[in-house]
Write a protein that binds this ligand. Structure first.
Ligand code: URA
Length: 186
Protein backbone atom coordinates (compact mmCIF):
# COMPACT_ATOMS: atom_id res chain seq x y z
CA UNK A 1 0.00 0.00 0.00
CA UNK A 2 1.39 3.43 -0.86
CA UNK A 3 1.77 6.05 1.86
CA UNK A 4 -1.28 8.04 0.72
CA UNK A 5 -3.42 4.93 1.05
CA UNK A 6 -1.95 4.23 4.50
CA UNK A 7 -2.83 7.75 5.59
CA UNK A 8 -6.37 7.43 4.21
CA UNK A 9 -6.85 4.19 6.14
CA UNK A 10 -5.73 5.97 9.33
CA UNK A 11 -8.42 8.63 8.84
CA UNK A 12 -11.06 6.01 8.03
CA UNK A 13 -10.30 4.26 11.33
CA UNK A 14 -10.17 7.50 13.29
CA UNK A 15 -13.46 8.77 11.86
CA UNK A 16 -15.18 5.38 11.81
CA UNK A 17 -18.48 6.99 12.87
CA UNK A 18 -18.49 9.44 9.93
CA UNK A 19 -18.58 9.05 6.20
CA UNK A 20 -15.42 10.45 4.65
CA UNK A 21 -15.30 11.82 1.11
CA UNK A 22 -11.90 11.49 -0.56
CA UNK A 23 -10.62 13.11 -3.73
CA UNK A 24 -11.31 11.67 -7.16
CA UNK A 25 -10.22 12.06 -10.76
CA UNK A 26 -7.04 12.15 -12.75
CA UNK A 27 -4.31 10.88 -10.50
CA UNK A 28 -1.15 12.51 -11.77
CA UNK A 29 0.37 15.56 -13.34
CA UNK A 30 -2.83 17.48 -14.00
CA UNK A 31 -4.85 20.19 -12.36
CA UNK A 32 -5.98 19.78 -8.78
CA UNK A 33 -9.11 21.55 -7.53
CA UNK A 34 -9.38 21.89 -3.78
CA UNK A 35 -12.60 22.78 -1.97
CA UNK A 36 -13.40 23.27 1.68
CA UNK A 37 -15.29 20.20 2.90
CA UNK A 38 -18.12 18.00 1.61
CA UNK A 39 -21.74 19.04 2.07
CA UNK A 40 -24.79 16.84 2.61
CA UNK A 41 -25.11 15.60 -0.96
CA UNK A 42 -21.39 14.83 -1.18
CA UNK A 43 -21.58 12.88 2.07
CA UNK A 44 -24.53 10.89 0.76
CA UNK A 45 -22.88 10.09 -2.57
CA UNK A 46 -19.34 9.74 -1.18
CA UNK A 47 -18.02 12.05 -3.92
CA UNK A 48 -16.75 15.65 -3.85
CA UNK A 49 -18.74 18.50 -5.45
CA UNK A 50 -21.82 16.62 -6.59
CA UNK A 51 -24.42 18.90 -4.90
CA UNK A 52 -25.37 22.52 -5.58
CA UNK A 53 -21.81 23.86 -5.36
CA UNK A 54 -20.84 21.08 -7.75
CA UNK A 55 -23.22 22.44 -10.39
CA UNK A 56 -21.48 25.82 -10.21
CA UNK A 57 -18.16 24.07 -10.33
CA UNK A 58 -19.20 22.23 -13.48
CA UNK A 59 -19.95 25.61 -15.07
CA UNK A 60 -16.45 26.74 -14.16
CA UNK A 61 -14.93 23.57 -15.58
CA UNK A 62 -16.76 24.09 -18.84
CA UNK A 63 -15.94 27.80 -19.04
CA UNK A 64 -12.27 27.00 -18.52
CA UNK A 65 -12.48 24.55 -21.41
CA UNK A 66 -11.85 21.55 -19.18
CA UNK A 67 -13.52 18.21 -18.48
CA UNK A 68 -14.09 16.81 -15.04
CA UNK A 69 -12.14 13.70 -15.96
CA UNK A 70 -9.04 15.86 -16.65
CA UNK A 71 -8.98 17.05 -13.05
CA UNK A 72 -8.36 15.73 -9.60
CA UNK A 73 -11.00 17.16 -7.24
CA UNK A 74 -10.68 17.05 -3.49
CA UNK A 75 -11.42 18.95 -0.27
CA UNK A 76 -9.28 20.06 2.66
CA UNK A 77 -11.51 18.44 5.29
CA UNK A 78 -12.83 15.04 4.26
CA UNK A 79 -15.95 14.88 6.42
CA UNK A 80 -19.03 17.08 6.42
CA UNK A 81 -18.77 19.63 9.24
CA UNK A 82 -22.24 20.27 10.63
CA UNK A 83 -24.09 22.24 13.24
CA UNK A 84 -27.74 21.92 14.19
CA UNK A 85 -30.21 24.34 12.63
CA UNK A 86 -32.13 26.27 15.31
CA UNK A 87 -35.08 26.45 12.94
CA UNK A 88 -35.41 22.84 11.86
CA UNK A 89 -33.28 20.93 14.36
CA UNK A 90 -31.58 19.28 11.40
CA UNK A 91 -27.85 19.20 10.61
CA UNK A 92 -26.62 22.04 8.41
CA UNK A 93 -23.23 22.67 6.81
CA UNK A 94 -20.74 24.88 8.58
CA UNK A 95 -17.21 26.07 7.85
CA UNK A 96 -14.64 23.65 9.30
CA UNK A 97 -12.87 24.81 12.47
CA UNK A 98 -9.18 25.63 12.48
CA UNK A 99 -8.50 22.39 14.42
CA UNK A 100 -10.41 20.32 11.86
CA UNK A 101 -8.48 21.96 9.04
CA UNK A 102 -5.12 21.40 10.73
CA UNK A 103 -6.05 17.79 11.34
CA UNK A 104 -6.53 17.16 7.61
CA UNK A 105 -3.65 19.24 6.19
CA UNK A 106 -1.15 16.32 6.28
CA UNK A 107 -3.50 14.26 4.09
CA UNK A 108 -3.92 17.16 1.65
CA UNK A 109 -0.15 17.69 1.47
CA UNK A 110 0.27 14.00 0.75
CA UNK A 111 -2.30 14.17 -2.04
CA UNK A 112 -0.38 17.10 -3.56
CA UNK A 113 3.00 15.41 -3.33
CA UNK A 114 1.59 12.17 -4.77
CA UNK A 115 -0.32 13.66 -7.71
CA UNK A 116 2.20 16.43 -8.45
CA UNK A 117 -0.33 18.75 -10.10
CA UNK A 118 1.14 21.42 -12.37
CA UNK A 119 -1.68 23.74 -11.28
CA UNK A 120 -3.61 23.87 -8.00
CA UNK A 121 -6.92 25.75 -7.99
CA UNK A 122 -8.08 26.61 -4.49
CA UNK A 123 -11.78 27.33 -4.07
CA UNK A 124 -12.34 29.91 -1.34
CA UNK A 125 -10.39 30.85 1.76
CA UNK A 126 -10.11 27.50 3.52
CA UNK A 127 -8.01 25.69 0.86
CA UNK A 128 -6.06 28.89 0.08
CA UNK A 129 -4.88 29.10 3.68
CA UNK A 130 -4.41 25.35 4.04
CA UNK A 131 -2.23 25.00 0.92
CA UNK A 132 -0.10 28.12 1.46
CA UNK A 133 0.06 27.72 5.25
CA UNK A 134 -0.58 31.47 5.41
CA UNK A 135 -3.62 32.37 7.50
CA UNK A 136 -3.30 36.04 6.65
CA UNK A 137 -4.02 35.51 2.96
CA UNK A 138 -7.57 36.40 1.93
CA UNK A 139 -9.26 35.36 -1.28
CA UNK A 140 -10.49 38.92 -1.89
CA UNK A 141 -6.86 40.09 -2.20
CA UNK A 142 -5.36 37.36 -4.33
CA UNK A 143 -8.04 35.72 -6.49
CA UNK A 144 -7.31 35.30 -10.17
CA UNK A 145 -3.52 35.37 -10.19
CA UNK A 146 -0.87 32.73 -9.62
CA UNK A 147 0.92 32.31 -6.31
CA UNK A 148 4.17 30.40 -6.72
CA UNK A 149 5.25 28.64 -3.59
CA UNK A 150 7.65 25.75 -3.00
CA UNK A 151 7.40 24.59 -6.60
CA UNK A 152 3.60 24.78 -6.60
CA UNK A 153 1.51 27.01 -8.86
CA UNK A 154 -1.56 27.99 -6.89
CA UNK A 155 -4.47 29.79 -8.54
CA UNK A 156 -6.97 31.09 -5.96
CA UNK A 157 -10.60 31.28 -7.04
CA UNK A 158 -13.65 32.24 -5.03
CA UNK A 159 -15.63 29.27 -3.79
CA UNK A 160 -18.39 28.32 -6.25
CA UNK A 161 -20.93 28.42 -3.40
CA UNK A 162 -20.07 32.05 -2.57
CA UNK A 163 -21.06 32.90 -6.13
CA UNK A 164 -24.48 31.36 -5.50
CA UNK A 165 -25.03 33.60 -2.48
CA UNK A 166 -23.38 36.75 -3.81
CA UNK A 167 -24.36 37.53 -7.38
CA UNK A 168 -21.87 40.45 -7.52
CA UNK A 169 -19.08 37.94 -7.45
CA UNK A 170 -20.37 36.20 -10.53
CA UNK A 171 -18.57 38.51 -13.01
CA UNK A 172 -15.32 38.51 -11.07
CA UNK A 173 -15.48 34.73 -10.85
CA UNK A 174 -16.17 34.40 -14.56
CA UNK A 175 -13.25 36.64 -15.50
CA UNK A 176 -10.91 34.75 -13.12
CA UNK A 177 -12.00 31.51 -14.74
CA UNK A 178 -11.32 32.85 -18.24
CA UNK A 179 -7.93 34.09 -17.07
CA UNK A 180 -7.01 30.62 -15.89
CA UNK A 181 -6.87 29.40 -19.47
CA UNK A 182 -3.44 30.87 -19.97
CA UNK A 183 -2.06 28.60 -17.25
CA UNK A 184 -3.62 25.42 -18.60
CA UNK A 185 -1.76 23.11 -20.91
CA UNK A 186 -2.64 19.66 -22.12
N1 URA B 1 -18.27 22.51 -1.12
C1 URA B 1 -16.98 22.12 -1.02
O1 URA B 1 -16.11 22.89 -0.68
N2 URA B 1 -16.71 20.88 -1.33
C2 URA B 1 -17.62 20.01 -1.77
O2 URA B 1 -17.25 18.87 -2.06
C3 URA B 1 -18.94 20.45 -1.86
C4 URA B 1 -19.25 21.70 -1.54
Amino acid sequence: MDSLEVLKQEYIQKYSDRKLVFGEGKTSGGIMLIGEAPGGEEEKMGRPFVGKAGKNLDEFIELAGLKRKDLYITNVVKFRPTSVSEKTGKPINRTPSREEIEEFVPLLKKEISTYKPYLIVTLGNVPLKAVTGNNRLAIGDCHGSIIEQEGLNIYPLYHPASVIYNRNLKNIYASDVKNIKKYIHS
